[in-house]
Design a protein around this ligand. Sequence first.
Ligand code: NOJ
Length: 752
Amino acid sequence: MAKHDMHGNKSTVLTVLFAALILTANASAQDRQIEQKVDALLKQMTLEEKVGQLHQLSGRDLTGPANNKNTNILAEIRKGKIGSMLNVKGVAETREVQAAALQSRLKIPLLLSLDVIHGYKTIFPIPLAEAASWDLPAIEQSAHIAAKEAAASGIHWTFAPMVDISRDPRWGRVMEGAGEDTYLGSQIAKARVLGFQGRKLGGTDAIMATAKHFAAYGAAIAGRDYNAVDMSEHQLWETYLPPFKAAVDAGVATFMNSFNTLNGIPATGSSYLQRDILKGAWKYQGFVVSDWASIAEMVKHGYAADIPDAAQKAINAGSDMDMEGFAYSSSLVQLVKSGKVKTALLDDAVKRILYKKFELGLFDDPYRFSDAKREQEVLNDPSHRLIARDIARKSLVLLKNDKQTLPLNKAAKSIAVIGPLADAHRDLEGGWIVKSDAGQVASLLDGIRSHVTKDTEVIFASGCDVACTKTDGFSAALAAADKADTVLLVLGESWDMSGEAKSRTDLGLPGLQTQLFEALQAKGKPVTVVIMAGRPLVFNAVADQASAILYTWFAGSEGGNAIADVLFGDYSPSGKLPMTFPRNVGQIPISYEQYETGRPVQDVKNVVYKSAYIDAPNTPRYAFGHGLSYTDFSYSNLSLSTTSMQPGSTVTVSFDLRNTGKRDGEEVVQLYLRDPVASIVRPVKQLKGFQKIKLAAGEQKRVAFSIDQAMLSFYDSKLKWIAEPGKFIIMLGSASDDIRLSDELQLLDKPK
Ligand code: NOJ
């Protein structure tokens, strides 16, 4: 904001303040009106109808284990026994179930939900890929388009964003999140919630978001999905909870709890998580949906004796809606009648859900999201594909580029495009897609063909399929490489190797893919490798020998075009890793945010009695925050507005960033802090800020960060949030292992 805007004349400031006051007053008047409507409706409801509001059932497309209980759903809806459905989509289907709800005694509309994880019809890069863009406005826009499309197709509510931090790439669900870092994850959580919901619910281009999975699901032991979590309170508060809190602050409408136990208690039955933290300390007003049958699963965990016991524990603990668990629908009426569950608790859950139905405007018009004309228009809006291509380009990470192998020459005489994923369509979309059409996805081969000159010969050979169990196709691949000047090899996972229930113990390239690479590499021509995957993989031979590596994740509907844009230099890569890439699975869990030991490694050649491995270095293959560009950036002239910080004040850190190369480009500058001596040992560095900055070739800009006391604070041994006076180290760089500038700051214990 320009100076004169900030200090604008008094009357402008007053007008703005006055307008803000009116808006807030209107908002709370509206809230009160909704509360009155909810109360009035609740008074008319029977016990059975109240329980019905807490029962959520799936449509035909199952996203969890099937059960045989979903018979005659329409009849149940008409009886007021179902409050919400998932996995129903499209105007025709959503109208059908909503019409049944309107035949129930109180005509309470259904809430219709779906896993709109990274797009509805237009598929955006998988969430982990988008996180690699570090581009918050782009991420918000992607969620907004997804919401717009889903909302035009009858959906009111998405089960996204997944804000679970994870430092274990064996866990297949890392593809759905924002990676390993709490600060980056919190910023992205906020951007996604705002993208899905807009500034306020109620518009027909916004849907409710869900912060999931509450909590600590990403720390499942050994990366095995649904597994137990055993974690210190300190780590929970410091690392795993903040993205959830960020989602609450951004106004997220709902929460989903998680399948895992946390320190012995299933999250679904945890009063500590749901009542004490979420609805207590954080004063959360939205509602909590269970994960798929997670209430009933408390019996299998050994936490509940039977289904009624599970229902009792879950509702008492604050789980408001039962997804596909049939625990509430089968037991709650009796539990309330017998006094085991208080009516006030049931009412609280029902009110939270009804409130959202009013807020979405469903009582005014239950079909307002199911409009055939809008569905047609919105789902076919060509601008969505352009937006998808833009964020896809920003999500790709250039891991290696020896001797400027990339960008490729569009006018090359011939290009060999090899590999099991070179002509993949469906795989480019990644997991969790709902309404897309893989036939409309451009493969990378398509993208390449549309970029090269008409005289360029593109020679394609897959070599093998993704599983790559046979070498039959290798000779054709090698022959293609022989004929071409440029060799491009596209390797990786198939779309269904990551996501829910897709944990892996071996993170190598599948089957004989590495062998295919080595055979091509032996030809002596520079090989550029594109890797598509839903998680960080381990690919040491490729990392050591390939000339260039572009990590593209699953880049969505426009992935093929976007990757070609980067390969041919129409866009200079700007993505940075949101997760550490290990050298081998034995290093997992791994993160840049480590603690110093009493026996740190000072010399990699001498690790005797040091905190080290005897068979691999401690360092990762590629560090968090790493990502190259086609240009170079220099960092210089660091200055601090003061080196002695008064408590409660802020310090400005600034430096010059210069694009020293010959191409325009974007750099993600990263600010890390360390508290070197504290009452509990602090990590060697923690990300506390970043900016994605675009600079033309030769351009320079002064970049500034403001450091406040919250950024220096942490949870102490009593879980008190404090900043301890003393020295702090400020680090600025291009990656967590590429710090370019650093200085010290003293936090004073009292004002000077
Ligand atoms: C189970 C998954 O854990 C959750 O993320 C998803 O939203 C539900 N199934 C519904 O599909």
